[in-house]
Design a protein around this ligand. Sequence first.
Ligand SMILES: *Cc1c(COP(=O)(O)O)cnc(C)c1O
Length: 344
Amino acid sequence: MSKIDWSKLTFSYTKTNTILKTTFRDGAWTPVESLTDDYLSISSFSGALHYAIECFEGLKAFRGKDGRIRLFRPEENALRLRRSAEYLGIEAPSVEMFVDLCKRAVMENIEFVPPFEEAGASLYIRPTLIGTNPQLGVQSSKESTFLILCSPVGAYVGGALDAVDVVIARNYDRAAPNGSGSYKVGGNYACSLRSLNIAHELGYKAVLYLDPATKTHIDEFNSSNFFAIKGNSYITPKSESILPSITNKSLEQVAAHLGMQVERRPVPVEELSTFDEVGECGTAVVITPVHKLVDKPFLESDQETVYTFGDGQCGPKSLKLYNYIKAIQRGEIEDIFNWNVFVD
Ligand SMILES: *Cc1c(COP(=O)(O)O)cnc(C)c1O
């Protein structure tokens, strides 16, 4: 293996030693295989390829100050994958099997876990579940294939905690009312690509979607949750079409622990002008501060309302929350919530 320059890693794919694969067929999971080739052999008639029968997870392994490797809240990812799979009507691994296989994937790729000193880097784990039996009719797949993929990653976009500009595109939605918005399925991402591509061309890093039924309240970004700080309050939207982010849930717990008020409630768009700090949150970077938030009735037109937060740096309250979560993940402070699961 060539030496990795940890400091140059971005959120992109670097091939590792193995991927894990097991298939649920005829009522049981096949023995787990460690494949050195990352190209899969599956039926070209797999439901995943035609009807988006696919769901996935994302979590990270960190090397702590004590040299040991930790997974951050993997049972939560396992439960969420099971919820997504149930929505798609396909078989999913148990929580125990999910966590055990994440540990095994890390052990088989241990030289790709960055050293403690590389604070921005980690081993990203991507558990993926796809419907794989040959089918033409529209129905949930009887056979599902579970994969654990991993790749060493650095900061998601630019550096961690670099503030970004984002856009509300009122003429697009990522989810439907009563649709799949709260499930981690690939189809939601396909639905967000058109608006995201246009937003990228216009220089925005992400799209912030409003609630699809009334377009009056804030939902979430294309791949991360929304939070705001107002005075001593941590505010995050409550909506049926939001993906339940484990990072957001953790930030709420930390905020409460640090004496902040936590409000999970509908957030009207008009409230944006009253916020001190706004950010995206998710596994990839924990927190990405938002500098400018531009509300456009039509993404393709010039009409817009601009909200600005802070001076382009991460705000003080967001930074405090970020530092607390990172310190737990890196084993620098006591894990009072019992979030870390040791791999070795
Ligand atoms: C995965 C995801 C998130 C972030 O969830 P975490 O558990 O914090 O990584 C937020 N929004 C969407 C749409 C997602 O798919």
